[in-house]
Ligand binder design. Structure first.
Ligand SMILES: [Zn+2]
Length: 316
């Protein structure tokens, strides 16, 4: 029995994109066109452009990184692609504007960034606004036609619903649940795998999509057995993370293996190994294993078991 299993209050390391944003999504305003029009033209309202999953970010003189936002009157207006994201505690309203390209910037330090990069740099408020906008944009770009009758649909609810003018169907942004799990065995080793397309040495937790008719605990057991041939018993939920690449919700678990023999599927996983903490530390030091980098909950799940922050990973 290890600390992470015996102590339910064990602290989960901070997970990117899940911090306290201070934003109230204020969904009750989404269908109120008069309210939205007034909010749009209010001088304190802030707007940022999202295009192809990217936004403009900029560094502040005091060393922080922020979304580049303008008052709405400076932002180009196309109501069809105006997403209302919410209000903060000062009453400032936030919108994202979906465009075919990012605006040019006079300020040379402003630069385009996707969520994988920006999510590590932005504060909680801006990271949450960006994750919301990128998730909506991903859905809007790929769900333009009615899945019932094939007609082109119209955007409504300030970017949160597409309505079909022919059959009346309403379509909502989709979120696909996926599980990601730190599997440990009776000797308190962790199971890490390397996917087929990953570079040599990069290992991380196993993960997979929830299938129709499954509970998420069943998904954890099925995925670990399918990918690595390891049988899982107890499963405990840890935390979740929005993962709009393009539309997932990552559900993080601890999972306890009841078998240790590994048989990788050779389709998703190229290799899987059990690591003790000492073995993983030595593998990091020799660079035989590259620590997971970036904003993913995977690194946090490994740290929960490892007991300390992982070495800084190289981007891959
Ligand atoms: Zn339709």
């Amino acid at each position: 029995m290890t600390a992470i299993w015996s102590n339910p209050a064990h602290t989960v390391p901070p997970i990117s994109l899940t911090g306290d944003s201070g934003i109230d999504r204020a969904a009750h305003h989404r269908l109120d066109e008069a309210w939205l029009a007034a909010a749009w033209s209010h001088p304190t309202t802030r707007v940022f452009v999202v295009s192809g999953g990217q936004v403009l970010i900029d560094d502040t003189p005091d060393g922080r990184t922020e979304l580049v936002m303008t008052p709405a009157f400076e932002a180009p207006l196309t109501e069809q692609h105006r997403y209302f994201l919410g209000t903060d505690t000062d009453g400032v309203r936030y919108f994202a504007l979906q465009k075919d390209s990012l605006p040019g910037r006079m300020d040379e330090s402003a630069r385009p960034a996707g969520l994988r990069e920006a999510g590590q740099l932005l504060g909680d408020r801006d990271a949450a606004l960006m994750a919301h906008a990128v998730a909506l944009e991903n859905w809007q770009r790929t769900h333009r036609y009615c899945s019932r009758c094939g007609e082109r649909t119209n955007i409504t609810s300030a970017g949160h619903i597409r309505r079909c003018p022919a059959c009346g169907a309403e379509h909502y942004p989709r979120t696909d649940p996926a599980v990601i799990m730190a599997v440990t065995d009776g000797e308190d080793r962790i199971l890490l795998g390397r996917q087929m397309h990953w570079p040599e040495g990069r290992f991380s937790t196993l993960a997979g999509f929830v299938e129709p008719g499954e509970s998420i605990e069943q998904t954890v057991r099925r995925e670990v057995f399918e990918e690595a041939g390891v049988v899982v018993g107890d499963v405990r939920y840890v935390a979740s993370q929005p993962w709009p690449f393009p539309s997932s919700l990552m559900l993080g678990f601890l999972a306890r293996a009841t078998s240790v023999d590994i048989r990788v599927d050779g389709e998703e996983l190229h290799e899987a190994r059990w690591f003790s903490r000492d073995e993983l530390r030595a593998a990091f030091e020799s660079e035989e294993v590259l620590p997971p980098s970036g904003i993913s909950i995977a690194a946090r799940l490994i740290e929960l078991w490892y007991g300390e922050p992982l070495p800084k990973g190289r981007p891959f």
